[in-house]
Design a protein around this ligand. Structure first.
Ligand code: FAD
Ligand code: NAP
Length: 313
């Protein structure tokens, strides 16, 4: 038989939204349980320098998340290393099932499952994933010391990854489908000044090419978006940095979503269409998707859960 844990507030996710919700819910004496999922600390554990977290001119992403976890623990949150595989929101208490076999019964749920890297969907990308194709420069950049690397994308992540990869690579080609980056100006400035980075505008990835035995990338075939001309570029690593999609698998059939799967919340609120279920952070935010905005929504979710539970009593 499965073990059952009862809690007033179950927080699902351990990024800035989840940990901030945990701090506020703990300080409201709600004794929350936080389930971390398969990426304890969330997306910021996949980056290096974070330069826009107020109070820290510069801090490493993983360090910031260790600090947040310690803060949540210090104020009394029970943090559990488990993955929620099923969530039944049809009646209260809500029931979440963990991969560990644990059943969590909760009077209120805060969803803070964030977002995950998007892929291009090419067969060759799939084939070489883990063998030269990656979506995490911090995790895999070290393997490409002295090599040529490709980065795909034109947002903050792509530019940051390209800059970071110059620590290892002999050359980084940033391939973008337009001729204008959507990254912040300060990052674009750094990119343009970096002699190791060459932008390739108006191109899309057609195919990752490589060796079979051992499996490994040797280059890419890219296509010009207007002329259709194909060019081959040699590279040992391909980093796909084309954005993130909300991790909505647990709720996409029961909660309203919009703008490509982001959970809808009431205006100026984290309340979802189910009373007692709140959503915070990148799971709901198609617009800002920042650590500080996620943390702000985590705070709101905990305060709103507190009011909801008080009203039920
Ligand atoms: P996430 O950080 O995405 O965390 C989601 C959490 O949910 C994870 O812990 C995961 O394990 C958990 N989870 C998911 N599914 C389940 C499940 N089924 N059961 C249990 N748990 C689950 N923002 C900035 O402000 N500054 C930056 O410098 C910056 N740099 C970035 C660099 C990179 C490379 C990336 C990818 C993003 C960056 N961002 C930055 C954006 C920032 O990381 C996100 O906005 C923020 O992490 C979102 O927080 P979150 O709490 O909503 O979710
Ligand atoms: P993003 O801002 O959504 O940018 C995605 C990029 O990939 C865009 O340039 C897009 O091109 C391109 N793209 C998307 N689909 C593509 C496809 N199929 N083929 C080719 N190119 C494709 O995603 P992100 O850069 O991961 O950033 C996500 C969020 O995290 C943002 O809100 C960002 O501000 C935040 N973040 C912040 C920081 C920071 O503050 N330092 C760092 C990283 C991320 P188009 O431009 O043509 O649409």
């Amino acid at each position: 038989m499965s073990d059952i844990r009862n809690t007033k507030v179950l927080i699902i996710g351990s990024g800035p939204a989840g940990y901030t919700a945990a701090v506020y819910a703990s300080r409201a004496m709600l004794e929350p349980i936080l389930v971390q999922g398969m990426e304890p600390g969330g997306q910021l554990t996949t980056t290096t320098d974070v330069e826009n977290w107020p109070g820290e001119t510069e801090i490493q992403g993983p360090d910031l998340m260790i600090n947040m976890e310690a803060h949540a623990k210090a104020v009394g949150t029970e943090i559990i290393g488990d993955l929620i595989t099923d969530l039944d929101l049809s009646e209260r208490p809500f029931t979440a099932t963990g991969d560990s076999g644990m059943i969590y019964k909760a009077d209120a749920v805060i969803l803070a499952t964030g977002a995950r890297a998007k892929w291009l969907g090419l067969d060759s990308e799939e084939k070489f994933k883990g063998f030269g194709v990656s979506a995490c420069a911090t995790c895999d950049g070290f393997f490409y010391r002295g090599q040529e690397i490709i980065v795909i994308g034109g947002g903050n992540t792509a530019v940051e990854e390209a800059l970071f990869l110059t620590n290892f690579a002999s050359k980084v080609t940033l391939i973008h489908r337009r001729d204008e980056l959507r990254a912040e100006k300060i990052l674009i400035d750094r990119l343009m000044k970096n002699e190791k980075i060459e932008p390739l505008w108006d191109h899309v990835l057609e195919e990752v090419v490589g060796d079979e035995d051992p499996l490994g990338v040797t280059g890419v075939r890219v296509k010009h978006v207007t002329t259709g001309e194909i060019t081959e570029i040699p590279a040992k690593g391909v980093f796909v940095a084309i954005g993130h999609a909300p991790a909505n698998e647990l709720v996409k059939d029961v909660l309203e979503t919009h703008m490509g799967g982001y959970v809808v919340t009431k205006p100026d609120s984290t309340a979802t269409s189910i009373p007692g279920v709140f959503a915070a952070g990148d799971l709901t935010d198609y617009k800002y998707r920042q650590a500080v905005t996620s943390a702000g929504m985590g705070c709101m979710a905990a305060l709103e859960a507190e009011h909801f539970l008080a009203e039920q009593e």
